[in-house]
Design a protein around this ligand. Structure first.
Ligand code: SF4
Length: 401
């Protein structure tokens, strides 16, 4: 982390541990320092790439030394990605906000007959996709409510219709919660449901709906959803049939540090098993217009710390994303020095978090996103959903394979 004093020595024990060249080089540029003695054993683990345990993760949440935590997360981030910072050009499609669940965390879902409820006819969904479409779009991000009447076939037709019209666009569609609900409605197993979605054109899953796995918290914020184990089981099945996914965590509501640690540990354990997660996305809770609107918004300190702890604990996740739509572009930019290597995309029209009071713009121009990344001393890399670099010229778009 540039700007740190280089006069302090690393903690004494670290001298006994063989230090990889890349870390030596980094150490000579940026010295680690902390007054929190609990962080020193963690620093030693970071130096040698040793895995954090749950107690370490809890210490990282508890400490007030955000710069020391950030130093460690940044060193891991640079070891993995150097200065590369990824973004993509995507378009969100939310086919319906009608939802049978009534999660207290949610400002998006509506019962079907109330004002503001909507469901797109298939043609309307295709028009929505086309209206924000340009050759630049490489991904459709598709999530919505749990509609009580829409048949499974609607979702299959939605995906196959989008694939037919936009064959080169990656479909990142449906949370584990939606998949489980569609399976129930269609009276299919989760695996069969995923297989049919894949056959209709779904290329990967976005990883939402994970919230916080702990039952105590889930009962308060989203007790109509599948539980944490079912979310993980659905993700596992998706990975087993070759669908990559992301994983999210909604933080900053009624959960505590132990709940966050538990969430990260469960994701890491599943990733050890399947290797199917691409990116971890911590989502800052936005309370406006939800049943939890008495809660305060997350602070910048918590947002930054969440990114850093995620990077340190989830050693088997290739990417950690700072989702600028939820944590603001400025915090997301700073987080590129605290462990994040991805800033999401130049989203066109996002509904879910804006219904919950997000005051960020609904989209960001590519030039602005690149400017923010460069100003953080990083190198912007446009990627597709699978993190293959996208190269553009005046007349063509190429995805490296
Ligand atoms: S969070 Fe999802 S499942 Fe819960 S009410 Fe909102 S749209 Fe429905």
């Amino acid at each position: 982390m540039t700007g740190w004093s280089s006069t302090l020595e690393p903690c004494s024990k670290s001298a006994k541990i063989p230090i990889p060249d890349i870390i030596k080089a980094m150490g000579s540029l940026h010295a680690f320092q902390t007054d929190d003695l609990r962080l020193k054993p963690i620093y030693e683990k970071v130096l040698v790439g040793e895995r954090m345990d749950a107690a370490d993760a809890l210490t990282l949440y508890c400490t007030g030394d955000i710069l020391a935590v950030g130093w460690m997360a940044n060193s891991v981030r640079e070891r993995m990605h150097g200065d590369k910072t990824y973004f993509n050009v995507n378009r969100h499609i939310n086919p319906t906000n009608v939802c049978v669940a009534a999660c207290r965390l949610c400002a998006f879902g509506r019962k079907k007959d109330v004002a503001g409820a909507y469901t797109m006819a298939l043609e309307e969904a295709f028009e929505t996709a086309a209206s924000g479409y340009s050759e630049a779009v490489t991904e459709f991000h598709i999530v919505g409510g749990l509609h009580p009447d829409l048949p499974f076939q609607y979702f299959l037709d939605l995906c196959s219709g989008l694939k037919q019209r936009f064959p080169q666009v990656h479909l990142k569609a449906f949370t584990m919660v939606e998949v489980a609900y569609l399976a129930r409605r269609a009276k299919l197993s989760i695996r069969e449901t995923l297989e049919q979605l894949k056959a209709s054109g779904v290329d990967s899953l976005p990883g939402g709906g994970a919230e916080i796995f702990a039952d105590r918290v889930r009962h308060i914020i989203c007790d109509h959803k599948i539980d944490g184990d079912q979310w993980l089981e659905t993700a596992k099945l998706a990975h087993q049939i070759g669908l990559k996914s992301n994983a999210t965590m909604l933080y900053g509501h009624v959960e505590n540090d132990e709940d966050r640690v538990d969430h990260l540990m469960k994701l890491r354990a599943l990733q050890d098993e399947t290797g199917g997660f691409q990116t971890f996305i911590p989502l800052a809770f936005h309370p406006d217009n939800t049943a939890l609107q008495h809660l305060p918004k997350t602070t910048g300190m918590l947002d930054i710390k969440q990114i850093a702890v995620s990077r340190l604990v989830l050693d088997n996740f290739p990417h950690v994303k700072s989702y600028w739509q939820m944590m603001t572009a400025k915090i997301a930019q700073i987080s590129l020095r605290f462990g994040a290597d991805d800033m999401d995309g130049t989203v066109i029209e996002e509904k879910i978090y804006h219904d919950a009071g997000a005051t960020t713009p609904q989209g960001m121009r590519r030039e602005e996103l690149e400017r923010l990344i460069r100003a953080a001393g990083r190198v912007p890399i446009e990627r597709d959903t699978l993190y293959r670099p996208v190269t553009r010229t005046e007349t063509s778009v190429t995805v490296a394979v």
